[in-house]
Unconditional design. Sequence first.
Length: 470
Amino acid sequence: MENSLAQNIRLQQKQSISPLQQQAAELLHLSRQELETRIDRELATNPLLEEDTAPPQENAGEETEPSRDDGARDDDAPSELDAERMIWGDDLPVSAASRDPDDDGDFWSGAPAPPPSMEEQLASEVATSGLDDRMKELASCIIDNLDARGFLASHPADLAMLCNADMEEMDRALALVRSFDPPGIAARDLSECLRLQLARKNALTPLMEKLTEKDSLDEIAANHLPRLAARLGVSMEELKKALAELKKLNPAPGSELAPQTLMPADPELEIVRRGDDYAVVSSGSRERSLFIPERYEKLLQDPNLSGSDRSYIEEKMRSARELIRALRLRGDTVSGIGKVLIRTQRDFLDRGPAALKPLTMKQAGEILGLHETTVSRAVAGKYVRTPRGIFPLRYFFSGGYKSSEGEDVASRAVQEKLRELVAQEDPRDPLSDDKLAKLLREEGLDVARRTIAKYRELLRIPSSRLRKQY
């Protein structure tokens, strides 16, 4: 065997993504609220990046700095570059030795605190209840064992064993927690939860006690109301009146104490009518304009600038420029999606959801010259305000059907027709899935019964048996 060395040349194509492309793709996927948070973070961490908050002025392009008329120069006055160094002085990174020991560098110390959780709110009531420490300890143990609905996740006997307490002590602590608001908190199941709420309202009548039993609740959920009325010995009118009171109760009282984390829809685009046509404009909160002040470009021309400071400025400047370009690309792409909607969904804008046309992300990408995955990122978590209301951008992308007249109809338009048919039905004789499919066929839409059932689930429409009213 002989060892030898050889050198070979091979050409190979390899696809790579630039930092700008990577950042643009990341920003494109963010919702409006997430983008606002990202911009705030970049402004806090990059001293070269600034935001234009001033309203546009008529003479914005004119110089506003005063000039010296006498032409004399004060030798003691700082030069322009010296002034720039003064301005920059607070922004340059400092060594650990020279850093203010009281400055922890926390940019988010002034951010608002998150809303208190259910457990924190109940613990606050325990702290101000005026009871002895032992009762507060047991009450805290109960609160720690509540689930998201506010129900008691462990049996009181198990909690008594856990806290080394007797059942009398645990029952007193449980009664204390159940006296807090909202009514029904710390119940062991739905039946007990409803009874606690009725008792707080002094409305726990014998009929209500029977209605809140598990068997009765199961019959109510299955809409077996005639059978339930016969078993309880009451008329349908009496039963319906009692059920109306039950519907006023909260089956998950813990939700009243849960922090509100849902954000309202903040439309990023708006489609408005302009004469006989439509146009895309920005919507929601104001557009944020970021820029790099010219003084930093001048500062880089200073021959006295140290190497470390120069490297730091160049790095931050490159990062700021990439962010500004990525934001511009994001805005152009999202705006392009709005223009595609005007081009393809004109009937929807004129007549509403029933006139929605089929549109896939691949088709939108072909119109814009983009890949369909880019379109998918562009519509994720974003909303558009239209003359027909506010809709998620994803709402406009779906497959469809061919009507008997050869017209393209989006599946979402079929769902809207289904919703209309159910809204117009006789509640004493609701339409079955077979009848709904037949009615749609009469309108030229051949939709299978199993598809009707799938659309009902998407629209959260119960089956005909559960929709029946007596």
